[in-house]
Design a protein around this ligand. Structure first.
Ligand SMILES: Cc1ncc(COP(=O)(O)O)c(C=O)c1O
Length: 428
């Protein structure tokens, strides 16, 4: 037991200093910082955002940015961003929207997003992650029950962690199990007088498969619940107009609350939630992340409006993206690679190997083939599995695809031959 205002030797021996604790246990990823910092973690990609960027002084072919539509460096976007920064700076408007930071342009962008998503209204979020956490937090109270997919993004998991009531998780896209969880949830809310919120992603960011929205929506006939979809990877990439996974699957009207981020297809920062007028008004007056934080800078709002305009009026961006997606995914499959169940641009390549082999393989691709892609290894995925994650974009070319597949074939042959198994991990 610690006694306050006392010299150190007053503390019991079982007391552990907070800093000693975190130095001992640096966290699941942090424990690898010494070996990976600057190369696998926190790498610095320099130059204009695009398919060619400089890593450690040398140009690389980049496959790890969610710049799906290639808008990051689109000439009209760059021009608009520069003009908006010159006109408004980054301070304006000051304060939270509710107090002093509102503007016509913020409201204009919200109406445009709502219209694009076929919803009555929308609310801007300063950050996607924070907005999701906060929206979940403000929608439910301890009488309510959350049902959610086990492979949901960290922002859903963390929103659920704030929830004071019951929560039930179903295995990824397992609809029979989802139904069971809804049954359990229904029993509880019948007693508590609460409601049920079902959370899933539209496109799952790691595996690239879509949430089974049609099947989930069909469960609304049996159970009373509201559906909240995080469509970070679907917004701009899926559906005829790019309105997302709901549009792709023909269930946009049945999504009660739709979330999109600006950080991927829009190549910006921030996000939005679109829903009915009443739900959006509720969020506007209850979401702590927006009420107690400065509003999105005007320059970003102007930049977002330009990106949305391009996303809506230049279908060739999405067409180019999908041309590259199809070529890459077909090429990988034809070459014998396992890419799982992806139905979206997200392209995981699943390999078997140790962490050491993954390290050597990625080092080989980066240093000898000048290909930069992200890798997911233990502890994020089980031991023995390596996922190379490729993100095709509208600005990649078919030559980029062919070159990459050849390099991957070579790396696969070396992996199978045990050439990456050396104890001597690549030094960088
Ligand atoms: C599925 C999903 N939801 C939410 C987010 C968070 O979005 P933001 O980067 O805008 O905070 C991400 C970003 O990685 C994501 O992949």
């Amino acid at each position: 037991m610690a006694i306050l205002n006392c010299h150190n030797d007053c503390y019991s021996e079982s007391t552990v200093d907070l800093f000693d604790k975190i130095l001992k246990d640096r966290g699941p990823i942090g424990q690898h910082a010494k070996d990976s910092h600057g190369y696998f973690t926190f790498p610095k990609l320099e130059g204009d955002i695009g398919t060619r960027m400089v890593f450690r002084g040398k140009e690389k072919l980049i496959w790890s940015l969610n710049n799906y539509l290639g808008l990051a460096n689109h000439p009209e976007v760059r021009k608009t961003d520069a003009a908006a920064a010159a006109e408004y700076g980054f301070a304006s408007p000051m304060g939270a929207r509710m107090m002093s930071g509102n503007s016509n342009l913020h409201e204009q962008l919200e109406s445009e997003l709502a219209e694009f998503e076929s919803k009555e209204d929308a609310i801007l979020l300063n950050y996607g992650y924070q907005g999701m956490v906060s929206a979940i937090d403000c929608l439910v109270d301890r009488h309510d029950v959350i049902v959610y997919d086990s492979e949901s993004h960290a922002c859903i998991i963390d929103g659920v962690r704030l929830h004071m009531g019951k929560r039930f998780v179903y295995p990824h896209n397992d609809i029979a199990n989802c139904e069971k969880q809804l049954e359990r949830a229904t029993k509880i809310v019948e007693e508590s007088g609460g409601s049920i919120l079902l959370l899933t992603e539209g496109v799952f960011g790691m595996s690239g498969d879509m949430g089974k929205l049609k099947e989930i929506v069909a469960l609304k006939k049996k159970f009373q619940f509201r559906l909240f979809v995080d469509d970070a990877h679907g917004f701009g990439t899926m559906g005829k107009t790019g309105a997302g996974t709901g549009e792709e699957l023909g269930v946009q009207d049945e999504i009660d609350i739709y979330f999109g981020t600006f950080a991927k297809s829009m190549a910006l920062i921030g996000g939005f939630i679109a829903s009915s007028e009443q739900v959006v008004e509720y969020l506007r007056y209850n979401m702590r992340s927006q009420i107690f934080a400065k509003s999105n800078p005007m320059a970003l709002v102007v930049g977002a409006r330009k990106r949305l305009e391009l996303l809506r009026t230049q279908p060739e961006l999405k067409n180019n993206l999908w041309k590259i997606v199809h070529a890459l995914q077909k090429g990988l499959k034809d070459a014998g690679f396992e890419i799982g169940k992806t139905q979206s641009p997200v392209t995981p390549v699943y390999l078997n190997g140790t962490v050491g082999e993954a390290t050597n393989l990625i080092y080989d691709l980066r240093e000898n083939d000048d290909i930069f892609c992200s890798a997911v290894i233990y502890p994020v995925v089980p031991k023995g599995i390596i996922i190379l994650r490729l993100i095709p974009t509208a600005v990649h070319t078919l030559e980029d695809v062919n070159y990459t597949i050849q390099a991957f074939r070579k790396a696969y042959t070396r992996l199978k031959a045990g050439e990456y198994a050396s104890d001597k991990i690549a030094s960088f």
